[in-house]
Design a protein around this ligand. Structure first.
Ligand code: NAD
Ligand code: AHE
Ligand code: ZN
Length: 370
């Protein structure tokens, strides 16, 4: 079949809207009509050539929602007409990682996914006879896409696509980092670096679990009002502040250091500050941000010797097929907010504007509606 898609032909070049050929689903795969997709900073990072796994030409996008239109042989968990959210972290429920109960990082198809291929080592997309790579196993910047069955979460049919797509990455990542990874408890203190599409969801996750103090940090002063809207109690404007000044500012607000800190910037210097502003003896810092290829983190080992913990999280520690439908319920029940964070609705033809708005700090989330 044909599908309209925004293709990343090369790094650092705007996406081009073209008609692609799309092969139907093979055994264990499903064809999904994507109804809406968010634009996450990770898409921009890959398009900017900063992803060590980045491949071109490819169809980016990993924050979608849509409807199953066709299923391949052997598919049992979804049928045509089901509403689904594609999962860049699938859940096979059979691999060592899934069975461990210790991680959401299913390994069933990770190797081919990182090579831009379906699990059988081929692509379903092509343009003028040339293969086009998949991206994060999702490729939601195409009106139709093919996904492995284990990489779709079936969701309720009354959830609007243009808001629930955000649960495909940003909402789950931010809220889940608090509830699944850090397991923040009521009364604990939290500091969040970077109040964008992910950081604001960390803030609302911290509010949800009853954190006593929720400190937000950003270089963009307009993010203060955004943070307060979702439960931030204090804001630190990071402009012109040294690491020592940031640590002192956090200590003053959190009785000596935060119980938990979260990096949602992808900046490795910020990651260090986030670790070092944690409380001596127990504070834990969670890396959410994705750093550009070649970047490394550093700190004095003394920071760890004195009881600070450095951890990371992908997709908020969520097991997609199990947890995503529950997060959709939280949204539909009004437990978490999504609508106000979707600042821009665009058509596929306008998708490059979504990247410009993100880089200019003017959007929280732009969503493309097909
Ligand atoms: P975004 O562009 O919406 O937000 C980033 C925010 O960080 C902005 O408000 C920006 O002003 C702020 N910022 C940038 N540099 C800063 C600095 N030095 N100090 C303080 N604030 C700073 O991006 P997003 O979509 O929220 O994504 C945030 C990061 O999370 C990205 O690195 C993205 O790739 C990553 N991410 C990771 C996961 C995961 O599973 N681990 C999932 C989604 C996104
Ligand atoms: N490909 C990059 C790493 C990118 C990365 O860490 N991605 C996150 C999701 S970001 C969503 O917006 C992730 O899921 N990581 C776990 C995994 O298995 O990729 C690189 O550095 O090579
Ligand atoms: Zn993302």
């Amino acid at each position: 079949m044909k599908t309209r898609a925004a293709v990343a032909f090369e790094a650092k070049r705007p996406l081009e809207i073209v008609e692609l050929d799309l092969e139907g689903p093979r055994a264990g795969e499903v064809l999904v009509e994507i109804m809406a997709t968010g634009i996450c900073h990770t898409d921009a990072y890959t398009l900017d050539g900063l992803d060590s796994e980045g491949l071109f030409p490819s169809v980016l996008g990993h924050e979608g929602a849509g409807i199953v239109r066709e299923v391949g042989a052997g598919v049992t968990s979804v049928v045509p007409g089901d509403h689904v959210i594609p999962l860049y972290t699938p859940e096979c429920r059979q691999c060592k990682s899934c069975l461990s109960g210790k991680t959401n990082l299913c390994t069933a198809i990770r190797a081919t996914q990182g090579k831009g291929l379906m699990p059988d080592g081929t692509t379903r997309f092509s343009y003028k006879g040339q293969p086009i790579f998949h991206y994060m196993g999702c490729s939601t910047f195409s009106n139709f896409t093919v996904l492995p069955e284990i990489a779709v979460a079936k969701i309720r049919t009354d959830a609007p696509f243009q808001t629930s797509c955000y649960i495909g990455c940003g909402v789950t990542t931010g809220v889940g980092a608090v509830t699944n990874t850090a397991k923040v408890q009521a009364g604990e203190t939290v500091v969040v670096f970077g109040l964008g599409g992910i950081g604001l969801n960390v803030i609302q996750g911290a509010r949800l679990v009853g954190a006593s103090r929720i400190v937000g940090v950003d270089l963009n002063p307009e993010r203060e009002a955004w943070g307060r809207q979702f439960g931030m109690t204090d804001f630190i404007d990071a402009r012109g502040k040294s690491r020592e000044e940031m640590i002192a500012a956090v200590a003053a607000l959190t009785d000596g250091g935060a119980d938990y800190s979260f990096d949602a910037t992808g900046n490795t210097d910020v990651m260090r500050t986030a670790l070092e502003c944690c409380h001596r003896g127990w504070g834990t810092s969670i890396v959410i941000g994705v750093a550009e290829a070649g970047k490394e983190i550093a700190t004095r080992p003394f920071q760890l010797v004195t009881g600070r913990n450095w951890r990371g999280t992908a997709f908020g520690g969520a097991k997609g097929r199990t947890d995503v439908p529950k997060i959709v319920d939280w949204y539909m029940d009004g437990k978490i907010a999504i609508d106000p964070m979707i600042t821009h609705i665009l058509s596929l033809d306008e998708i490059n504007k979504g990247f410009d708005l993100m880089h200019a700090g003017e959007s929280i989330r732009s969503v493309v509606v097909y």
